[in-house]
Design a protein around this ligand. Structure first.
Ligand code: SIN
Length: 175
């Protein structure tokens, strides 16, 4: 296989914990200048057209570092990933950093203002939306819990994700 047929893809959301694609290698990795936020609507996985769930995207943030997991894939795998990430995500070229060294690579970013973009909202509204939503891939709550679990397993701290996890696991206050 020609080396140019291989690509590093940086995963920061469901790609970290749900691999329905073949890869040759996976490594903990990070990218500079981005932060993970539950600001992207999901009409096709964790919600439906009339009641979209919330999933993560990357938001530009100077000085921030986003940790995740990078996968070495063959070029053909992009066909599957492009379809899976079709709800507003676009491929973006960037540098991926490993514990030792770095490499040019690709990540999927749902840019601010894309058709499914929801943006920020008060935390209690984000929590209520995630509690409520379900889609063809399962409940929106499970997406948060699986992501938090996978980040923990990789020894990655992300206060935004862990705060949502904590609130979602807390009993609902009906007072
Ligand atoms: C990713 O995981 O890297 C993209 C966002 C997602 O599919 O949750």
């Amino acid at each position: 296989m020609d080396k140019t047929d291989l690509h590093w893809v940086f995963g920061y959301g469901s790609l970290i914990w749900r691999q329905d694609f073949p890869f040759l290698e996976a490594r903990r990795a990070h990218i500079d200048g981005w932060q993970r936020r539950f600001w992207q609507g999901s009409h096709d996985h964790r919600g439906i057209e009339t009641d979209p769930g919330r999933v993560v995207t990357l938001v530009p943030a100077q000085g921030e570092v986003c940790f995740g997991r990078a996968f070495l894939i063959e070029h053909d795998v992009f066909e599957h990933l492009d379809y899976r990430e079709k709800n507003g995500y676009e491929r973006k070229a960037l540098d991926i950093h490993f514990d030792a060294g770095s490499s040019p690579g690709i990540t999927y970013v749902a840019a601010v203002g894309n058709v499914a973009f929801l943006g920020d909202a008060p935390t209690h509204e984000i929590v209520a939306q995630i509690r409520r939503c379900h889609g063809p891939s399962g409940s929106n709550i499970d997406y948060v819990i699986e992501l938090a679990r996978a980040l923990r397993a990789l020894d990655i701290d992300d206060p935004h994700v862990f705060e949502l996890e904590t609130l979602l696991l807390a009993p609902i206050d009906r007072a």
